[in-house]
Write a protein that binds this ligand. Structure first.
Ligand SMILES: Cc1ncc(COP(=O)(O)O)c(C=O)c1O
Length: 424
């Protein structure tokens, strides 16, 4: 293990032989050679596809090149890779048993912990992926209300099932028949969409802030969140908060608790178990009977190891002040990046919460400059993404931050060179 973790940087870097060979083998046996959000195919060629290991805020690809990690496995890793107390809890549980004829005691302990931690939660259910959780929320809302229509924000991502996938290949009109759309943060549009759904409105789904991939991020206007709550109260529909991406990164509780808006149901996954596979739906008492009435399950949903990891993760988030750390490091990263861009006269937007930022260049509609920036960052040992928000883990040390900022400075130099007609 130690050998794998030996840093390989700068001029020491070997050609990416292992990644190249794996990509070639994958092309023969995996459709498209890779699929989904972790496909490196649409990324600059400097990106590795296959990863080997991670510790804290550092990761290594299959060619043992080291990076500071600003993607955190696209969200699940919140305390850093291989967090000792999380791994110990998962290991202890799986050595005892993981996948059994019934859940372990940890299921009840975890449900109790979520009910104690998330203000609107009176109960909890578990699944594996964020898509499971958002879909279950919609099913519960429909079971409770006896209605069909679900409102979602245009462009928002709620998962990869036919009702919500952004790619329409293989999706039927019937899969989408009961969806209505509104514009995030637009009071008039959501009021109109609710009116159009009329007495058939089962739920309004919202993410804590607008974090659509490829666009500048937009924090929620508290008046908009309050209006969603009001609309649901007036109509009897469920307010569903999709906390899959933000949950346990911005607040130790539901992400709208700081603005005082409590949903009826919320969907969680990603950071809940620091990378172990788990999702959760939590809800208020009004939806308890409906939640008990639906049939949802999965062969691996009740595995105890990931639940033990979740208990350890949620405990460590509080004990280690992780939310505060992510905010502090994210704030320092933002200050550094804004200073670097302004020193070079580059016009950027740096949007989103400090712990989940996103960078774009003015006028860079096709993300060309974003690609130049990301490619140069990865060459300098920083793993971020050109078209998706980044994630900062609580494991980021001052040394990680310094290395990240050294890399972004090189990346801005590459963008500047491109704008000035150079080839970098
Ligand atoms: C806001 C949001 N909802 C739902 C999902 C779907 O989660 P999963 O990929 O675990 O199914 C994601 C995944 O990125 C997400 O960001």
């Amino acid at each position: 293990m130690t050998e794998q973790l030996t840093p390989v940087t700068g001029s020491d870097r070997r050609p990416r032989e292992s990644d190249r060979l794996l990509r070639r083998r994958a092309a023969a046996v995996i459709p498209g050679s890779m699929y989904g959000h972790q496909s490196a195919v649409p990324l600059p060629p400097e990106y590795p596809q296959f990863m080997r290991s991670g510790r804290g805020a550092r990761i290594w690809d299959v060619d043992e090149t080291e990076y500071v990690d600003l993607m955190c496995s696209y969200g699940p890793v919140v305390l850093g890779h291989q967090h000792p107390s999380v791994e110990a809890a998962a290991r202890a549980q799986t050595e005892l048993a993981d996948c059994q004829n019934g859940p372990g005691e940890v299921m009840v302990e975890l449900a109790e912990l979520l009910v104690a931690t998330v203000r609107h939660a009176d109960w909890a259910m578990f699944a594996k992926n964020g898509t499971d959780a958002t879909t279950i929320c919609c099913t519960i809302a429909r079971a409770q209300t006896g209605r069909a229509k679900i409102l979602v924000a245009t462009g928002a991502y709620h998962g990869a099932a036919p009702w919500c996938t952004p790619r329409l290949a293989g999706v039927t009109t019937a899969d989408r028949a009961n969806l209505g759309h509104y514009t995030f943060n637009d009071l008039e549009s959501v009021t109109a969409a609710a009116a159009a759904a009329g007495p058939d409105l089962a739920a309004i789904v919202a993410s804590p802030f607008k974090h659509d991939a490829g666009y500048d991020q937009e924090l929620v206007d508290p008046a908009f969140a309050r209006r969603l709550r009001e609309l649901c109260d007036e109509t009897g529909a469920a307010l569903i908060l999709d906390d899959v991406r933000c949950g346990f990164r911005l607040h130790l509780g539901s992400s709208w608790e700081p603005i005082g808006v409590l949903p009826d149901l919320s969907a969680w996954s990603k950071a809940i178990a620091n990378g172990h596979p788990l999702a959760a739906v939590v809800g208020s008492d009004r939806f308890r009977d409906a939640a008990a009435s639906i049939f949802v399950t999965g062969s691996f949903w009740f595995s105890a190891g990931a639940m033990a990891a979740a208990i350890a993760t949620i405990s460590a988030l509080g004990d280690e002040g992780a939310i505060e750390t992510m905010d502090r490091v994210g704030t320092a990263l933002r200050a550094g990046i804004i200073e670097q861009a302004s020193r070079r006269g580059l016009e950027i937007s740096y949007t989103g919460p400090a712990a989940m930022p996103y960078l774009t260049f003015a006028g860079d509609r096709d993300h060309e400059l974003g690609g130049v920036f990301a490619a140069a960052a990865i060459r300098a040992g920083l793993y971020l993404h050109p078209r998706h928000n980044w994630f900062i883990s609580a494991a980021m040390t001052d040394a990680d931050l310094a290395k990240a900022l050294a890399a972004t400075d090189e990346a801005f130099a590459a963008v500047q060179a491109r704008l000035e007609g150079g080839n970098t």
